[in-house]
Design a binder for this molecule. Structure first.
Ligand code: GDP
Ligand code: MN
Length: 397
């Protein structure tokens, strides 16, 4: 589960990580109030207005802007709220912005130039340990840094049993070229950051940039936080931060029905039981010259109600030109699935796309008979390849 920047920053702050302070606003007027509340404490009187959407690269898309006074805060917040923000990480249509973060300007002049760093915490699956990835090259695409100057990206592996040790925090501050007050600040920052990651059961923290201010404070200016959805049961407060508006609407509906559904770009809808079979089915569709429109695992109990729910979800995608149902009947008997398909088809009454059903396993022969004699526009297949050929056939029509 992803958090908004402002939620991520609040989480970090609660663990003692210094952040660029800000207040979230739902309207231009609220943005002005937020700025007034912050102004007394900002060094320059400037504010930065930041679109809150689940996508990075907002700066490049015009979703992060500086305002030098309250009038500009109002203007810029008014522009950004309600816009469809297009960034390198969104679709071409962009993401609708519902709220902005009004934050203090932390790039104020002083003894030294402000300097941006990159830092993330994530799981290294190969070693079963967490790692902190960091670089002196912050503020820009870390992918570009990794490609062009990989030697500027460092790794610190953390043993989850001990947590981050003081010498590791010092090594990070040293490799970032820090000294004096900034060095001490960085060791505190990275230690608190790791603790926050660990204690909140996160799967990714990406802070880009981490900023050294002109007076040597170290703080998080951005925060991309992904929490492990499987651990949310023990973090009720964090689970409540979910923003359904940021998620694919069909996926949200499918989730509420207990279906494992992932929306994809293709034209062949898939209804399958079991994740492995679902993956194999998607390969099959591709080989047949189609593109899967979705991944859908209906789970073990493919009864009429579930099949109908799955039909409804698949048909919400207007790109679907055919549906392939591929069910292995082990505990659930094929004839019951077949009856479920027929009942759902009749019940819905408005299915216009061709349907190919492949049922294998217990009572597969009875199931095929049921489908073939149903009088509906549903084709049956017994073999994998036969099903693929039928998909190709209907796509080429
Ligand atoms: P992203 O583009 O979605 O990654 O959003 P960020 O939160 O990283 O902001 C983009 C850029 O805006 C940062 O890399 C900074 O260079 C700039 N920025 C953010 N906060 C401030 C600020 O307080 N003052 C100034 N001058 N620039 C800022
Ligand atoms: Mn960023």
């Amino acid at each position: 589960m992803n958090l908004h920047e402002y939620q991520g920053k609040e989480l970090l702050s609660s663990f003692g990580v210094r952040i660029q302070r800000g207040i979230v606003a739902q309207s231009a007027k609220e943005a002005v109030d937020a700025a007034k509340q912050l102004t007394a404490e900002t060094e320059t009187g400037w504010h930065v207005i930041k679109a809150q959407v689940h996508a990075g690269g907002r700066g490049k898309g015009g979703g992060v802007k500086l305002a030098k006074n309250l009038k500009e805060v109002e203007e810029i917040a008014g522009q950004i709220i309600g816009m469809d923000l297009v960034t390198p990480q969104t679709s071409a249509e962009g993401k609708r912005v519902h709220q902005v973060l009004v934050a203090e300007d932390v790039y104020y002049p002083g003894e030294s130039e402000p300097k941006e760093y990159y830092m993330s915490v994530l799981l290294n699956r190969a070693t079963g340990r967490n790692m902190i990835v960091y670089s002196t090259e912050g503020g820009m695409d870390i992918e570009t840094v990794a490609e062009e100057t990989p030697e500027l990206i460092h790794n610190e592996e953390i043993d989850p049993a001990t947590g981050i040790l003081p010498f590791q925090a010092r090594r990070i501050a040293f490799n970032l070229g820090l000294s004096g007050a900034a060095f001490k600040e960085m060791t505190k920052f990275v230690t608190a950051l790791y603790t926050a990651y660990d204690k909140s059961d996160a799967s990714l923290f990406e802070i880009n940039p981490v900023l050294k201010t002109s007076d040597s404070k170290i703080m998080a200016v951005d925060a991309k936080v992904t929490l492990d959805a499987n651990a949310l049961y023990r973090h009720r407060d964090l689970a409540a931060l979910r923003d359904l508006r940021e998620e694919n609407q069909i996926e949200v509906e499918a989730g509420a029905l207990g279906l494992n559904y992932v929306d994809l770009d293709g034209n062949v809808g898939c209804m399958v039981n079991g994740a492995g079979l679902a993956m194999a089915t998607m390969d099959l569709i591709k080989q047949a010259g189609g593109e899967p429109a979705n991944f859908l695992d209906v789970g073990g109990t493919a009864d009429a109600a579930r099949v109908e729910a799955a039909f409804k979800i698949i048909l919400k995608d207007p790109a679907v030109k055919a549906i392939l149902i591929n069910i292995f009947g082990g505990i659930v008997r094929c004839d019951r699935v077949a009856q479920g398909v027929i009942d759902a088809y009749k019940n819905m009454g408005n299915i216009t796309v061709p349907i190919i059903v492949r049922l294998q396993g217990t009572n597969a022969d009875i199931a095929k008979e049921l489908i073939d004699n149903s009088g509906l526009d549903v084709m049956s297949a017994t073999e994998f390849q036969e099903a693929a050929d039928k998909v190709q056939e209907v796509l080429n029509k």
